[in-house]
Each structure stands twice: as C-alpha cells, then as structure tokens.
Design a protein around this ligand. Sequence first.
Ligand SMILES: C[S@@+](CC[C@H](N)C(=O)[O-])C[C@H]1O[C@@H](n2cnc3c(N)ncnc32)[C@H](O)[C@@H]1O
Length: 222
Amino acid sequence: MEDCLIENQTTFYSKAEHYWKEVPPTVDGMLGGYGSISSIDINGSKNFLHKFLGEGQGKTGTGCALDCGAGIGRITKRLLMPLFRTVDLVDVTQEFLDKARTYLGEEAKRVENYFCCGLQDFQPQPECYDVIWIQWVIGHLTDDHLVEFLRRCRSGLRPDGLIVVKDNVAYEGVVPDDVDSSMCRDLNVLHRLVARAGLNIICEEQQQNFPEEIYVHTLALR
Ligand SMILES: C[S@@+](CC[C@H](N)C(=O)[O-])C[C@H]1O[C@@H](n2cnc3c(N)ncnc32)[C@H](O)[C@@H]1O
C-alpha cells in the first residue's frame, strides 16, 4: 500500500543514486550534517549488539558481519571491525566504497568484499553472516523490495545469526522525502514488512540521547 507513494520505481532509485553521488564522503555526509551524533549512535549500537554476541547456546557468533548501505564504512570502522573477524560492505555508491578503503585504515585488510550494488538487487551468500547490519538505508527501498531483501538476508545468516535494522521512524504513516528520494515509515508499517519477510522481532529499542527531531529505533530480527 505504501508503495502507492512511489509513482515510478526507476525514478525513485535513480534520484537517490544521484543524490548520494553529490554527498561528500565524510561522516557528516553520511549523517546528513549530524556528524556530531555519530559517537552516541555507535555507543548505542554497541550496547544493543553486546546483548546477543558471545559463546554458548543461542548466542550470535563473531565471525563475519555485513554492513548494508555502508557508505564510507562509519559503522564498519567503529562498531563491526572491533567485534567481528571479517566484514563485508555493500552500498550503491562506488565513491563511498572507494573512500572506505582509506577511511578504514589498517583494518581495511579484514574487509573481504566491497559490493557496489543496490540492496534491491543484492543477494547475500547463503549462511555466510553472523550479523547483517542495515542502518539508515531502508527508506531507499520500496516495500516489496525491502521485504524481499530481508528474506534474502535471512538466508544469508549463519545459525543464531541476527539481522539488525536501525533507522528513523515516522510518528505516523509514511513520510516521503523528495530531496534524497526516500521514505520514513512508522513502526506499525515497519513491523508489518518485517512480518511479511517471515522474521521475528527479538528485541526493539529506541536510540536514546539523539536530538529531539531524530527518532530512531533499533530492531534485532531473525
Ligand atoms: C544515510 S547514509 C548511511 C550510511 C551508513 N549506513 C551510516 O550510518 O553511516 C545512506 C547510505 O545508503 C546508500 N544507499 C542509498 N540507496 C541505496 C540502495 N538502494 N542500496 C544500497 N545502498 C544505498 C547511500 O549510498 C549511503 O551510503
């Protein structure tokens, strides 16, 4: 139903690609001018993820993570690299992935793959990842593509693996953003799409200490 807001799917994706090509490959660019909240974001994510990682029954492994809509690797550098043996990055903007190679410094050697691909077309390797992290990018996918992508992510998980979606949520309904060609969904809409993908919500939290205008939820799914 929410896809009615998107008049032309091809234009929806190409406008977003053009938008991101013009954005500087910096932390501030990744966060739309809110670079100063990066540390709060990463610390919140660390606390969230730590609940699931470890050894023993039902715990999520720390072998390999996938950073989706990774940009220059802001999350890879500060959240995923310190916790996982290897990390893969996927993003539609080649310039950001090029920047990631230097931005990640020495640690870049533990990146196995930089995939330049839209998530709507991306197929993770089956049973490859312990954690698939999807942050600040789902608004760039149509409902159907998001559901299909989440399904493919599910197949890409190792046993006890986890998908984490962290994103802005709307207070009510679906709010389109014509500038970057995205949309912001409310929690009810997002929950419905997650259920359509055959996933369960294991844990859900609101990110604390962000500026009032940034309302973000983190969902752990499997
Ligand atoms: C707001 S930035 C977030 C970057 C990163 N997740 C972070 O939090 O630092 C959005 C990213 O999504 C990427 N992107 C936009 N549409 C995409 C798509 N359809 N598939 C994959 N990546 C996309 C952009 O190139 C950009 O790097």
